[in-house]
Design a protein. Structure first.
Length: 341
């Protein structure tokens, strides 16, 4: 958490200087707190959802008060959504104090907090949960007209396995390994969602994986230009994926989610979680949690992104106990006040 007061020397540069300049005169009498939220690539779902949440919880100095029609965020807070390599990057940055919060898939969060799997010996013990957000469906994207008999057919192909530092890559490698597919028998590409879609459209990839809340911006663009297919997991592949990565559960991407994909797609999905650090003050996280579920936030979520509609207070604690990562005391205090704990 970075705090700026009237006594702070004028050292702010770049984007922060522009923000500070907007709060002239009496605005500086109020403390300003910057709150960085790690998201994902611009072509995915974490980035737009993170931006909506940042907007909902912000209430910069000089803003109109909530009870007078202004934003109902935390007074003095300026939240900033930052594009990152997603889950694994975000939990690592939060642990290191390089970000105040971030979005992460449930599987990555579990592995990181407990120091297992890809995080063996690198336990991220400071991680704390603010809220469950939305399900992220695992997409296996193929060129228009492309098909696979099964996941083993990926052997020998050029496959995007998502960017390094993403929860998608961690899960995909575990799922594929169960089918004998690994970096030794595919030509893997570590790319974000937008880059993968571009490479697929240009014929430089045969397939790529990405887990995100539907619909995904980069895939919408790919679908509307070059076209695409989505691989539908068999019942056996769904069960094996769930066994390989327990937090990936059976899911379906309904026909028409992407206009060119006129069939239901069976796959697996993982919950996207809002995460912070135990080092963040209880009062601040309490205020942020409360602001996330305000009427103002509800309107922003409903109108900002298709997946925003499924981010609700009623599902904010779904699956949290099973992940084995504690709630932040500030978030826990809010959920107790509203009778959810």
């Amino acid at each position: 958490m970075k705090t700026i007061t009237r006594r702070t020397k004028p050292m702010i540069v770049g984007a922060l200087a522009l923000v500070a300049a907007a709060f002239a005169g009496s605005a500086f009498a109020q403390e300003m707190t910057f709150f960085r939220i790690g998201t994902g690539s611009a072509g995915g779902t974490y980035f737009p959802i993170g931006g909506i949440i940042a907007n909902a919880i912000s209430n910069p100095p000089g803003s109109r008060p909530c009870d007078k029609g202004g934003n109902c965020g935390v007074p003095g807070l300026v939240a900033i959504a930052q594009s990152t390599n997603a889950s694994a990057h975000n939990v690592t940055a939060i642990q290191a104090g390089q970000m105040e919060a971030g979005l992460s898939g449930a599987a990555t969060l579990h592995f990181a907090y407990h120091g297992v799997g890809k995080f063996e010996g690198e336990k991220k013990a400071k991680l704390r949960v603010i809220a469950n957000l939305f399900p992220e469906d695992l997409h296996l994207v193929l060129p228009k007209g492309g098909s696979l008999e099964n996941l083993t057919d990926l052997k020998g192909k050029r496959v995007g396995i998502a960017q390094a530092g993403s929860g998608t890559q961690i899960a995909v490698e575990l799922i594929l390994a169960d089918h004998g597919v690994n970096r030794g028998n595919i030509d893997e590409a570590e790319l974000n969602n937008s880059q993968s879609a571009e490479r697929l459209a240009d014929g430089q990839l045969d397939a790529y994986f990405y887990a995100a809340g539907t619909p995904v911006a980069a895939m919408i663009q790919l679908d509307s230009t070059k076209g695409m297919e989505l691989y539908s997991f068999s019942e056996d592949e769904v069960m094996r994926a769930n066994k390989a990565v327990p937090y990936y559960i059976p899911s379906t991407i309904p026909a028409g989610t992407y206009p060119g994909v006129g069939y239901d797609v069976d796959t697996v999905a993982v919950s996207g979680i809002m995460v912070t650090s135990i080092d963040q003050p209880e009062e601040l996280i309490y205020g942020i949690t409360k602001a996330m579920w305000s009427d103002t936030a509800r309107k922003l979520l409903d109108n900002g992104h298709a997946k925003g509609k499924v981010i609700t207070l009623e599902t904010a604690l779904d699956g949290i106990e099973g992940i084995g990562v504690p709630l932040h005391p500030g978030a826990e205090r809010f959920y107790k006040e509203v009778g959810m704990l």
